[in-house]
Design a protein around this ligand. Structure first.
Ligand code: 8YV
Length: 318
């Protein structure tokens, strides 16, 4: 069996794969593959290990006539035309659950960084601008007693809610379907979408991307929010209209934002949002703890080998 990975896998994982399949991987960690390079690389592939930045659309799938499995190294699958894969008899798998805690942790790290102005605080120390003590020096936003509004109450949204409870926050959420059991277990309350926007002191986006959710948070939605609220997005860049977010942050209609995800990734360094002092940023590292990334890699390989072996994968998508 021929298997191609679009990213380098850890040596111990690729060594394991090499014992069982004819394995190759994209050589560069600096440069993602172009569509042409991807189509060329998977011509003979029975299996692909893919990540979010690989566009596996109908055209690309057509270039891999032997393909049996796409094993995605992510929980998100918005880069894959799953319908087309299913039509072609290609199994798709992903990595849910194993990254829930790591992603919820990073969400909280960013939320706290924005609430307590950590980038500015760090710069003040490093750049020699820490002159003396003053009463309101870098005065931040209190978490205790504040309302956190979570849009999307799946696994990661609920893990964020649990952490928020530990910080004595009032937790409200919106989700397409209500989650009564989780509400009771965690102590969260369902609210209508607009009410979450209006009430949240911290708005956390925890939804998967779908075309109909593009710019879910735009000018109108931002206008409903409190002007001293903080927006946190560790889900998908396309869910937020970045131009509208920039205007709101620049014009004092929103206090701050913390972003791990962007509409275009890697985000261009001349992006207007990066010029604002009230924006905390990270390079899409929600799931990136050593333990979680290794578990994601191992699950991806187990799923791939299961399908190639004619067995049911642990975490199938189709
Ligand atoms: C991935 C993610 O690490 O799993 C997801 O959906 O967004 C991240 O955990 C990354 O996008 C690689 O595919």
């Amino acid at each position: 069996m021929n298997v191609f990975a679009t990213r380098k896998l850890p040596q111990e994982v690729s060594d394991k794969l090499k014992q069982q399949v004819d394995y190759s991987e994209w050589h560069s960690e600096e440069q993602a593959m172009t569509k042409g390079e991807l189509m060329d690389a998977i011509k003979e592939a029975d299996g692909i290990i893919s990540v979010l930045s690989d566009q596996l659309d109908a055209e690309v799938l057509a270039s891999a006539p032997h393909l049996k499995v796409i094993s995605q190294l992510a929980v998100g699958i918005n880069n894959i035309d799953v319908k087309e894969a299913t039509t072609r008899g290609v199994r798709v798998t992903n990595t849910p659950d194993v990254l829930t805690n790591a992603t919820a942790d990073l969400t909280f790290a960013l939320l706290l960084a924005a609430a307590r102005k950590l980038s500015a605080a760090s710069a003040e120390v490093r750049e020699g601008n820490w002159k003396s003590w003053s009463l309101l020096q870098l005065a931040g936003k209190e978490l205790s007693g504040a309302t956190i509004g979570i849009l999307g109450f799946g696994r990661i949204g609920q893990a964020v809610a649990r952490r928020a409870k530990g910080f004595d926050m009032n937790v409200i959420y919106w989700n397409r379907s209500k989650k009564p059991e989780a509400e009771v277990e965690i102590g969260a309350t369902y609210q209508e979408f607009e009410d979450v926007l209006k009430q949240a002191d911290f708005l956390v986006i925890m939804l998967p991307f779908a075309p109909e959710l593009k710019y879910l948070i735009g000018e109108e939605e931002l206008a409903l929010m409190k002007s001293d609220a903080i927006l946190v997005n560790t889900a998908r860049g396309g869910l937020v209209d970045e131009a509208a977010l920039y205007e709101a942050l620049k014009n004092g209609k929103l206090a701050a934002a913390a972003l791990d995800v962007f509409e275009k990734e890697p985000v261009p360094t001349d992006h207007p949002l990066l010029t604002l002092p009230n924006v905390e940023v990270a390079p899409h590292i929600g799931s990136s703890t050593l333990a979680t990334r290794m578990e994601m890699a191992n699950l991806t390989v187990r799923n791939l080998l299961a399908v190639l072996d004619g067995k049911e994968p642990e975490t199938p998508v189709n």
